[in-house]
Design a protein around this ligand. Structure first.
Ligand code: SAM
Ligand code: DTB
Ligand code: SF4
Length: 336
């Protein structure tokens, strides 16, 4: 079902349905108007001083069959990443305890798989999810595509969020990935939703996409019914050996515009300023927080690439008067 945004509607079609053209127009608005409106909507829907903090761990690294042109873990590219087997449960829980000690409220585990396969490895991931929940942390996994029964098993293990990004707009998708389709990704999101797991889905900027492709991605996310609870906005980390290693760095305003438009189109979602923060200035990040970003990854590594030093992140949050949450930002805003 298509839906118009609940506030500050960008112009939409006569039927009131959100259109890609309307999202293009939103992305092209004068930057400060866009940020001002997004900030206003943000403050109506969320506790503006709070930032949800996740920590990531790669539980199974490299050797992936897929050809995602940005990814250090695709077996199709010769990158600095070495292939590793699925980690042991205890090793993962040790990292989760450390993440909790460092202020994270959610622990996200990523596997370089095209899809989940039933068997010993999946059972081990289910044990990891149970263990993370026992530590009192929210749990998130990103394991590639999955079917309905697998989503149900993850839910039964206590999984809170499943991350599965749409990555880019439909018109640009085949320039980035050819080994699975956008329709495959949407099917997995349906299974996650049907199992009652919160959906975390966003995309990547800097893949050579047009403004229209960015608008298509936002349109697709905003018209999911319901839209994702969590929307990561990643900027390409240019990994040597990948298809996009030579892509030009993005102008910082592109990220701000994408965050602000996501905030206006999906007012209730938590928007994560994800990969790419090491190349952003503090000022650029500050504008993203003003425009509605209210989540980050904390910790000096993402999956296989660096993230800002935790001390500098703590200092940045302190300078901006933002507080890391020990629980969901959306729940705090609702007074739960
Ligand atoms: N294999 C699973 C999948 O594709 O869903 C999970 C892991 S995959 C690494 C998770 C997400 O990380 C991708 O969908 C992509 O959005 C993001 N990502 C991967 N490499 C990236 C890079 N070099 N720069 C920015 N984001 C990246
Ligand atoms: C997401 O949207 N960003 C995270 C998480 N979901 C799994 C991954 C970022 C990966 C950046 C590249 C790397 O470290 O390999
Ligand atoms: Fe594999 Fe995921 Fe990387 Fe694509 S993004 S190559 S599916 S690990």
């Amino acid at each position: 079902m298509n839906r118009a945004p609940s506030s500050c509607s960008p112009s939409s079609s006569a039927s009131g349905q959100l259109t890609v053209d309307a999202v293009v127009a939103l992305l092209e608005r004068p930057l400060l108007d866009l940020v001002f409106e997004a900030a206003s909507v943000h403050r109506r829907h969320h506790a503006a001083g709070a930032v949800q903090c996740s920590t990531l761990l790669s539980i199974k690294t490299g050797g992936c069959s897929e050809d995602c042109g940005y990814c250090s873990q695709s077996a199709r590219f010769k990158t600095p990443v070495e292939r590793e087997a699925l980690l042991d449960v205890e090793e993962v829980l040790k990292s989760a305890r450390a993440a909790k000690g460092n202020g994270a409220d959610r622990f996200c585990m990523g596997a370089a798989w095209r899809e989940v396969k039933d068997g010993e490895n999946f059972e081990r991931v289910l044990q990891m999810v149970r263990g993370v929940k026992e530590l009192g942390l929210e749990s998130c996994v990103t394991l590639g595509m999955l079917n309905e029964a697998q989503a149900k098993k993850l839910k039964d293990a206590g999984l809170d969020y499943y991350n599965h990004n749409l990555d880019t707009g439909a018109s640009h998708y085949e320039q980035v990935i050819t080994t699975h389709t956008l329709a495959d990704r949407l099917d997995t999101l349906d299974h996650v939703r049907a199992a009652g797991i919160h959906v975390c889905s966003g995309g990547i900027l800097g893949l050579g996409e047009s403004t229209r492709a960015r608008a298509e991605l936002l349109h697709q996310l905003a018209t999911l019914s319901p839209p994702p609870e969590s929307v990561p906005i990643n900027t390409l980390v240019r990994v040597p050996g990948t298809k996009f290693e030579q892509n030009a760095p993005l102008d910082w305003t592109v990220v701000v515009r994408m965050v602000a438009a996501a905030r206006l189109l999906i007012p209730d979602a938590v928007i994560r300023l994800s990969a790419g923060r090491t190349e952003m200035t503090e000022e650029g990040q500050a504008l993203c927080f003003l425009a509605g970003a209210n989540s980050v990854f904390l910790g000096d590594e993402l999956l296989t690439t660096p993230n800002p030093d935790p001390k500098s992140d703590a200092a940045l949050l302190q300078k901006l008067g933002l507080k890391a949450l020990a629980r969901d930002v959306g729940a705090a805003a609702a007074g739960a």
